[in-house]
Design a protein around this ligand. Structure first.
Ligand SMILES: [Zn+2]
Length: 327
């Protein structure tokens, strides 16, 4: 089946965001229900752009019958608040979206405390911790405050979209799912795979009932590998262009991660035990200050990978962890 036949009834709508990643793609799917996959950030610019692009296809926001979320990040969900004001739709997603899109107060309090501890135990200078948490709080202005009306998880059929199933693709976010149509290998992949940049495996706090955080890079690699077993003819991504070479892109991403982990191992080969922050500064010398939570997530993720390989061990002193090469 050629690409245009595959994409019949599926429209990419690109919306502006105020974030470094640039525009976000949401997808209008004319299925049994008129579905929007993801919503965009909560800005007037994104809202105007969404209305215009819906109008060009003969629709208005109130025609949307359901919104399916690929994950909870603010560039994908914020605009739900505007949509709720202008229509009556069912919001469907993985249950892990809930605390984030609700901006659940106790969850957020624990998240900020966890982030603070994570930075502290990673050796981040105290003077950098407060401002980064404040920045995170400030970004919530682009988030929504709403709840799911229905939950979907691995293997479920996507309501209102016959032929589509949920494929959990954890790693970039704990709430992350992709929508997959087996008949023709089409995937709406959210931020699982992006053609022009590598997707980050972001550290999240333990969820209610859990003692430890997930290891997102290890999860992400597993999600990527499991996609190698699937026929992926075309992946519609949350940012940038559609991906027609998903398997080779996945192999490229896995190899980049291996390489980055080996770079970290080389930093440790001089023998000195180093904190995550010291390693982060070496890995991202020009970017670490500007994007500290992202850079720390990336470094910690690759340290998780080295630990998994048995290549490093970590030691704790005064609440700060240091890594050195394994025996
Ligand atoms: Zn995302």
């Amino acid at each position: 089946m050629n690409t245009s036949a595959k994409l019949k009834g599926i429209h990419r709508i690109s919306l502006p965001t105020p974030f470094p990643i640039g525009p976000v793609n949401v997808y209008l799917v004319e299925g049994e229900s008129l579905t929007l996959v993801d919503a965009g950030p909560k800005t007037d610019e994104a809202w105007e752009s969404l209305k215009t692009q819906l109008r060009e296809r003969g629709y208005s926001p109130s025609d949307i019958e359901q919104v399916v979320l690929t994950h909870h990040h603010i560039d994908h969900v914020g605009l739900l608040d505007y949509l709720r004001e202008h229509g009556n739709f069912r919001l469907i997603g993985h249950p892990r979206n809930r605390p984030w899109i609700l901006q659940d107060e106790s969850f957020y309090r624990r998240w900020y405390r966890y982030m603070e501890e994570l930075f502290h135990s990673g050796g981040v200078a105290e003077s950098l911790i407060g401002p980064n948490i404040e920045l995170h709080k400030l970004l919530q202005q682009f988030n929504c405050r709403t709840d799911l009306d229905g939950e979907i998880a691995e293997g479920d059929e996507v309501p209102g979209m016959p032929g589509w199933r949920v494929k959990e693709t954890k790693g970039h976010a704990q709430s992350h799912i992709s929508l997959y149509r087996e008949a023709d290998g089409l995937m709406i992949g959210g931020d699982h795979l992006i053609a022009h940049v590598s997707s980050n495996a972001l550290i999240e706090p333990p969820y209610p009932g859990e003692d430890e955080r997930a290891k997102p890079l290890l999860q992400y690699r597993q999600s990527l590998r499991s996609c190698l077993d699937m026929d992926l003819a075309l992946v519609l991504a949350g940012h940038g262009k559609e991906i027609s070479h998903a398997h080779s892109l996945i192999r490229e991403r896995l190899a980049q991660q291996d390489k980055r982990a080996l770079t970290l191992r080389d930093f440790l080969s001089e023998g000195e035990a180093l904190t995550c922050f010291e390693l982060c500064k070496r890995l991202f010398p020009s970017k670490y200050l500007e994007q500290l939570p992202l850079a720390m997530s990336e470094t910690l993720g690759h340290l998780d990978l080295l630990e998994e390989w048995g290549a490093v061990k970590k030691e704790e002193k005064g609440g700060v962890f240091r890594y050195r090469l394994g025996d």
